[in-house]
Design a protein around this ligand. Structure first.
Ligand code: ADP
Ligand code: MG
Length: 323
């Protein structure tokens, strides 16, 4: 366990990192120490995973186009490349040059020209990353390729905080990274955590609550980061097939699973897939995760595995395993 504080304590800290407000909470003996360690871990990962930080490993690899990865970066590259395969290229860490062209990396927002995007798309295919699991050697096959963990970093961070909590002997804790939640165990009284599921279009504040234990609930939506130009909105989740922000009728996707890293990677991927492809994907992977989809015509879909744990004042449709 961690620390020597009394048996029945609660500790909570608010912080700002990875461009978002975060809250870390732990209950029980060692809670204060666990929350302190979690805060340190968040700063460490913020530095490690930031593409803009010139001291970070990822920055150096993006400059040189190759290198030997540390164990942790290797883990994230492996998870990312696995997701690239599993999602038929929807999850693509090599999308970074296109993110830069849109200005999402430095807030110099602009709409790139069609020819510019076409050229950049030759650099954004993760299958052009050569990676050797044995040696952790990475090499980009084309000059100008760069990678970014933006679609997976927060989920990995919340997963790491769960590891810290467990190592500290904490049995009950919660982390909220800008609306992305991961819970350890149950609430102190043994009941499930009740997580509010965001709805970007909801002005009436309808209730949408998911009850969870030992799970991450990670949401992706175009509303998280966007700019407007000439009356149009452009957001930060890019379809690797086109180079444009994905527009497929989904406004938000929440993924529910015990693995925070997977939840984050899939939230981005499922948002890109759209409702039909996402439904098919879930039917083939229903033992790995559950999901909540919201469409721009105000429909909510939840997969069978969490249907009984989801409360909503709005009409909810259930996605079943068997059609
Ligand atoms: P948020 O970071 O707002 O919680 P996401 O998890 O969906 O939302 O991640 C969006 C981020 O993922 C973008 O800011 C960008 O860094 C990265 N990204 C954008 N498109 C893709 C993609 N097709 N594959 C992988 N990562 C992406
Ligand atoms: Mg994500």
């Amino acid at each position: 366990g961690c620390g020597t504080d009394g048996g029945d304590t609660e500790a909570s800290r608010d912080l700002f990192a990875m461009d978002t407000y975060m809250t870390v909470t732990a209950y029980g003996k060692g809670a204060t120490e666990a929350v302190d360690q979690a805060a340190d871990e968040i700063s460490r990962l913020d530095q490690l995973l930031s593409t803009g930080n010139e001291d970070s490993e990822i920055y150096k690899i993006n400059q040189s186009g190759d290198g030997i990865l540390s164990e942790e970066t290797a883990y994230l590259v492996e998870r990312s490349l696995d997701l690239y395969e599993a999602t038929d290229g929807a999850f693509d860490i090599a999308i970074y040059p296109v993110m830069k062209a849109w200005g999402f990396t430095d807030d110099n927002f602009r709409v790139p020209g069609a020819d510019e995007l076409k050229d950049l798309l030759t650099l954004t295919d993760a299958s052009d990353i050569s990676y050797d699991k044995e040696t952790s050697q990475i090499a980009f096959k084309k000059d100008g390729m760069q990678i970014d963990f933006g679609g997976i970093a927060k989920g990995y961070t919340s997963a790491r905080i769960m590891d810290i909590f467990r190592a500290c002997g904490i049995k009950s804790g919660l982390v909220n990274l800008g609306g992305n939640v991961q819970a350890l165990g149950t609430k102190k009284d043994g009941s499930s955590w009740r997580v509010a599921v965001q709805d970007p279009q909801d002005t009436d504040q309808y209730l949408r609550v998911l009850s969870i234990q030992d799970k991450a609930v990670i949401t992706s939506g175009g509303y998280e980061r966007y700019f407007e130009q000439d009356g149009r909105t452009y957001h930060h989740i890019i379809d690797p097939k086109t180079g444009y922000p994905v527009e497929n009728g989904l406004i938000s996707v929440s993924i529910v699973t015990a693995d925070g890293t997977l939840a984050d990677g899939l939230s981005t991927s499922v948002f890109i897939m759209g409702k039909e492809a996402a439904t098919e994907y879930w039917r083939n992977h229903s033992d790995e995760f559950d999901m909540i989809l919201m469409t721009d015509d105000r429909e909510i879909y939840v997969t069978e595995g969490i249907a009984d744990s989801f409360e909503s004042e709005m009409d909810t449709k259930i996605i079943e395993k068997k059609v």
